[in-house]
Design a binder for this molecule. Structure first.
Ligand code: KG4
Ligand code: ZN
Length: 341
């Protein structure tokens, strides 16, 4: 089966074709970062309008790159949620209209399931059960996966998501948007031991997270620095490195705990923050303890169409499809409510 994937949940238009036999045939991405950067965050209405502008030409480009026409498609998967209401509506309406015109099935896909299954796109033979760390701009979750569609929530954030913590900390250090890549960039020249930030909620049992206090700790130290020598490039680099180290170590401790409590021997990581090099290096160290660790290549960590086409393919080969032509989206949608395959 050849499945077109359409991702429009936030600030990236992602389109891909995934073949259940041959794998990923082509993918294209249009990022809206430049549009939103001047506002310091995503402006939902601007996001919707930009998706309208790009979804059609990107589908044409992706099909051409795959050496296909729309008539060669066997199904269309699109992001139903969670995400921005208007942005989701653009992708969902486009997908369902095209599917109806072609007389092929469509299937709504959970954005976080797309992320969660993304490591399997390049490494399909990972052993189950596995623990998945989902770290994006809106989510920080530890999930036990026993099969495609069978997910148990082990832990989640009580306040800010990991990516959100990166974005807010970057904003207060005036590093720009999106903050994750900026913090990671300046942290390379910084000393991660200079500032002693907390490893939140690691001093008690449990698998939940809390990241909102970290940005306040960074702010307090930044103010102290301003009052002393000023916020020099070195202080900013040290703050970024110390903040990143705190987030990374906290995530690693909780992943280790999740593996211990479930007995799983495989860990996958996905979502925008999984592009973070310090986090990838730290989690790879678990391999020395016999744990199989996998994460997508950087292009498939942040939002993309390939992960949606891939998740849709895994479901559509079993016959799953939307029951009718009604355009349904779910801006809020807990992952554990998904139907198993
Ligand atoms: O998955 P994603 O592209 O969109 C959502 O579904 O949220 O994740 C975006 C998040 C942003 O918060 C961004 O700052 C963060 O991922 N991010 C990173 C890195 N690259 C993206 N955070 C830390 N280090 C990075 N290299
Ligand atoms: Zn995402």
């Amino acid at each position: 089966m050849r499945i077109l994937g359409i991702e429009t949940s936030c600030d990236e238009t992602g389109i891909a074709v995934y073949d259940t036999e041959a794998g990923l045939l082509a993918h294209r991405l249009h990022s809206q970062i430049e549009i939103h950067a001047i506002y310091g965050g995503v402006v939902p209405e601007l996001a919707s309008r930009d998706h309208v502008r790009y979804v059609r030409p990107l589908v044409d480009q992706t099909l051409a790159a795959a050496g296909m026409t729309a008539r060669d498609l066997d199904g269309i998967g699109y992001t139903t949620g969670p995400g921005l209401l208007g942005a989701l509506l653009v992708g969902a309406s486009f997908a369902k209209t095209l599917a109806a015109a072609l007389g092929i099935p469509a299937l709504g896909i959970h954005h976080m399931e797309g992320h969660l299954l993304a490591p399997l796109m390049e490494t399909p033979d990972l052993p189950l059960p596995m623990v998945a760390l989902l770290v994006s701009g809106g989510h920080t979750q530890l999930i036990e996966m026993t099969a495609v569609g069978q997910y148990r929530l082990l832990g989640t954030t009580l306040d800010d998501a990991a990516g959100e913590a990166f974005d807010k900390t970057a904003k207060l250090l005036e590093l720009g948007y999106p903050g994750g890549p900026q913090i990671a960039r300046v942290a390379e020249a910084g000393d991660p031991r200079r500032f002693q930030f907390a490893r939140p909620m690691t001093d008690r049992p449990g698998l939940d997270f809390s990241f909102s206090g970290l940005k306040t700790q960074v702010l307090t130290q930044a103010r102290t620095a301003v009052a002393a020598d000023g916020l020099t490039d070195q202080v900013v680099a040290d703050l970024a490195a110390s903040f990143q180290a705190a987030v990374v170590e906290t995530l690693v401790i909780k992943c280790q705990r999740a593996l211990d409590s479930t007995g799983a021997r495989c860990l996958v990581m996905s979502g925008g923050v999984s592009a973070n090099r310090a986090l990838r290096t730290a989690l790879s160290d678990l391999e020395q303890h016999g744990i199989r660790v996998a994460y997508p290549s950087p292009a498939f960590c942040t939002d993309n169409g390939a992960m949606i086409a891939h998740a849709a393919a895994l479901r559509m080969v079993t016959g799953q499809q939307d029951p009718d032509l009604v355009v349904r989206i779910r801006p809020r949608w807990p992952l554990v409510e998904l139907e198993s395959v």
